[in-house]
Design a protein around this ligand. Structure first.
Ligand code: GDP
Ligand code: MN
Length: 396
């Protein structure tokens, strides 16, 4: 589950990671109030107004702006709230901004120039270890750094059993070229960040930039945080941070009825039981020259009601030109699934795309008869390959 910057920063702050402080606002008036309060709490006169959407690159798209007085806070917040922010990471039509973060300006002048670094914490699945990735090249697109100057990206692998060892935190600070106060601040920052990552059951922290202020404080100016959904039961307060306005509406609806659905760009809708079979089905569709329109695992109970719900979700996608149902009848009997498909098809009454059904397992032969005798635009297939080829036939 992805979070907004302000939510990610709240979590970081709760584990002692220094952050650029701020308050969230939904209207220009609230933004002004937030700015006044921040000035009282932090002494800052200048504020940055930051669009809160689940996408990066906001600065480039005009979603992060500096306000030097309260009039500017009001004006900029008014502009940003309600806009459709387009960045390299949003769909072309942009993302609607519902809230802004009013944050203290932390790029104030002083003895040294402020410096920006990059830091992320994530799991390296290949080694089974957590990993801190970091770079002196902060504030810019890390993909560009990786392409053009890969030697400027460092990684530190952390054994999850042992945790982050003090020498590793020092190594990070050293490789970033820090000394004195900034060095100590960075080791504290890295340790707190890693603790937060583990304790919050996060799957990704990306802090770009991490800032060294002109007076040598180290803080998170940005925060991209993804949490492991399977651990949310341990964090009721984080679960409440979900913003469904940011999520694919069909996926939200599917989740509400207990279907495991991921929207994709192709033209063949898939209805499958079991994640592994669903993945294999998508592969096969691709090999036969098609493109899956979705991933859909209907789970263990493929009865008429469930099949109907799945049909409804799949058909929300206008791009779907055929549906492939691939179900293994182990616990659930194939003839019941077949009857479920036929009943759901008739119930819906508005299905206008051909359906290919492959049912294998208990009573598969009876199931095939039910499909073949239904008189509907539903075709049965026995072999996996046959099913994929039939999909291509009906699309041609
Ligand atoms: P992103 O563009 O979505 O990654 O959003 P960021 O939170 O990273 O902000 C984009 C850029 O805004 C940063 O790289 C900074 O250069 C700038 N920025 C952020 N906070 C401040 C601030 O307090 N003062 C000033 N002057 N610039 C800021
Ligand atoms: Mn950023």
């Amino acid at each position: 589950m992805n979070l907004h910057e302000y939510q990610g920063k709240e979590i970081l702050n709760s584990f002692g990671v220094r952050i650029q402080r701020g308050k969230v606002a939904s209207t220009a008036a609230e933004a002004v109030k937030a700015a006044k309060e921040l000035t009282e709490e932090t002494g800052t006169g200048w504020h940055v107004i930051k669009a809160q959407v689940h996408a990066g690159g906001r600065g480039k798209g005009g979603g992060v702006k500096l306000a030097k007085n309260l009039e500017q806070v009001e004006e900029i917040a008014g502009q940003i709230i309600g806009m459709d922010l387009v960045t390299p990471q949003t769909p072309p039509e942009g993302k609607r901004v519902h809230q802004v973060l009013v944050a203290e300006d932390v790029y104030y002048p002083g003895d040294n120039e402020p410096e920006e670094y990059y830091m992320s914490v994530l799991l390296n699945r290949a080694t089974g270890k957590n990993m801190i990735m970091y770079s002196t090249e902060g504030g810019m697109d890390i993909e560009t750094v990786a392409e053009e100057t890969p030697h400027l990206i460092f990684t530190e692998e952390i054994d999850p059993g042992a945790g982050l060892l003090p020498f590793q935190a020092r190594k990070v600070a050293f490789n970033l070229g820090l000394s004195g106060t900034a060095f100590k601040e960075m080791t504290k920052f890295v340790q707190a960040l890693y603790t937060a990552f583990v304790k919050a059951d996060a799957s990704l922290f990306e802090i770009n930039p991490v800032l060294k202020t002109s007076d040598d404080k180290i803080m998170a100016v940005d925060a991209k945080v993804s949490l492991d959904e399977n651990a949310l039961f341990r964090h009721k307060d984080y679960a409440e941070m979900r913003d469904i306005r940011e999520e694919n509406p069909t996926e939200v609806e599917a989740k509400a009825v207990g279907l495991n659905y991921v929207d994709l760009d192709g033209n063949v809708g898939c209805m499958v039981n079991g994640a592994g079979l669903a993945m294999a089905t998508m592969d096969l569709i691709k090999q036969a020259g098609g493109e899956p329109a979705n991933f859909l695992d209907v789970g263990g109970t493929a009865d008429a009601k469930r099949v109907e719900e799945a049909f409804r979700i799949i058909l929300k996608d206008d791009g779907v030109k055929a549906i492939l149902i691939n179900i293994f009848g182990g616990i659930v009997r194939c003839d019941r699934v077949a009857q479920g498909v036929v009943d759901a098809y008739k119930n819906m009454g508005n299905i206008s795309v051909p359906i290919i059904v492959r049912l294998q397992g208990t009573n598969a032969d009876i199931a095939k008869e039910i499909i073949d005798n239904s008189g509907l635009d539903v075709h049965s297939a026995v072999q996996f390959q046959e099913a994929a080829d039939k999909v291509q036939e009906v699309l041609a």
